[in-house]
Design a protein around this ligand. Structure first.
Ligand SMILES: Cc1cc2nc3c(=O)[nH]c(=O)nc-3n(C[C@H](O)[C@H](O)[C@H](O)COP(=O)(O)OP(=O)(O)OC[C@H]3O[C@@H](n4cnc5c(N)ncnc54)[C@H](O)[C@@H]3O)c2cc1C
Length: 309
């Protein structure tokens, strides 16, 4: 397929749903975007829309992990775990019960970073295992972890083209911590997480911390965040919904692309600002809402005899 070229035509409209990285990339490859960037890659411009690929927002996240002596209640790499799995696996397949019925991320909490904040700006996710570098680094021990996530970042980044080749990955710059307010809130979240994990409730089972940092040293905390914080995989905003007056708006409130006909973007890229929680359900909700809009538009048109059934 890679070297084959073919055209597919549609009768009514095209719906682009390639996500916050894929949708702006496809629009730009198709000539929809800022002229300066398209020119750089020899792409003929079809329509000027400077907001395509701009306004990227994502949830930055930092994990603290500790070794844990309560091996029965946690997951890890150990002989005990191997022995447990031989019983847990058949139990899960037969009864959907036992240790493997855990979703690993067993507890979630939403907190305000301080009293001046009226809606939660921090999310905490408690995991019954060691999570290091998205679980790419495996440790031979049992443990528990907590994620702290900055829910309402002010920083915005970009999705740009690396080339005009559709098989090339786009250039993604989330620009985490571009706005210094984001680091200030994240440091408060770091301290709240430290306080929780070092509370008396964990005293009996808590072992060593994997990346210990002095909780009274803000510079060291900031460095720890800069060294280890990473995405919680919630990119949005790169085909922003907005009014016609908004210079960064890509789609209107029915998710139709400004300046073009019969083209909508329907995915997380249309969110103008990041929701203060996880993004999967809101994305599904956006899709459901627009499905209703489309069904109604075509039902109305059919009634008027404008389209065939
Ligand atoms: C590892 C991970 C864990 C997550 N965990 C959670 C969670 O626990 N809770 C939660 O709420 N959210 C979670 N999310 C976020 C959630 O998955 C997204 O917010 C949601 O899927 C966004 O939906 P979307 O339709 O915008 O994009 P996507 O679901 O990414 O769909 C885009 C689709 O387009 C396809 N595509 C992209 N480019 C092209 C191209 N050029 N050609 C053809 N196809 C293309 C992709 O393959 C993909 O199938 C997680 C995300 C990841 C990556």
């Amino acid at each position: 397929m890679k070297d084959q070229r073919f055209q597919i035509f549609c009768e009514r409209e095209v719906i682009l749903s390639a996500g916050a990285f894929g949708s702006p990339q496809i629009l730009k490859l198709s000539g929809v975007g800022a002229k300066a960037e398209l020119d750089k890659h020899g792409i003929e411009q079809v329509h000027e829309l400077p907001g395509v690929g701009d306004n990227l927002q994502d949830h930055i996240d930092l994990v603290h992990s500790y070794k844990c002596t309560a091996k029965r209640d946690t997951f890890g790499v150990s002989l005990q775990m191997a022995a447990e799995m031989s019983k847990a696996l058949p139990k899960w397949f037969r009864q959907r019960e036992g240790k493997l019925s855990s979703n690993f991320a067993e507890g979630i909490g939403f907190l305000c970073s301080d009293e001046s904040v009226s809606v939660p700006d921090l999310e905490f996710v408690f995991v019954v295992a060691v999570v290091d570098d998205h679980a790419r680094k495996i440790h031979a021990s049992h443990g528990f972890s907590s994620h702290v996530t900055l829910l309402r970042p002010k920083s915005t980044g970009t999705v740009k083209l690396n080339s005009a080749d559709p098989y090339d990955a786009p250039q993604i710059d989330p620009a985490f911590f571009k706005d210094p307010d984001d680091m200030a809130v994240m440091i408060k979240g770091w301290k709240k997480q430290y306080q929780m994990l070092n509370s008396a409730a964990f005293d009996e089972v808590r072992g060593d911390c994997f990346y210990p940092v002095d909780p009274n040293d803000d510079e060291a905390i900031e460095q720890d965040i800069r060294n280890r914080a990473d995405t919680q995989y919630h990119p949005i905003g790169t085909c922003k919904m907005g009014t016609e007056q908004d210079p960064l708006a890509v789609v209107d409130n029915e998710l139709s692309v400004y300046g073009l006909e019969n083209l909508r973007v329907v995915d997380a890229s249309v969110m103008p600002t990041l929701v203060g929680g996880n993004t999967n359900a809101p994305t599904i909700m956006i899709a459901e809402k627009i499905a209703d809009v489309i069904k109604k538009a075509y039902a109305d048109a059919r009634e008027k005899g404008a389209v065939h059934a």
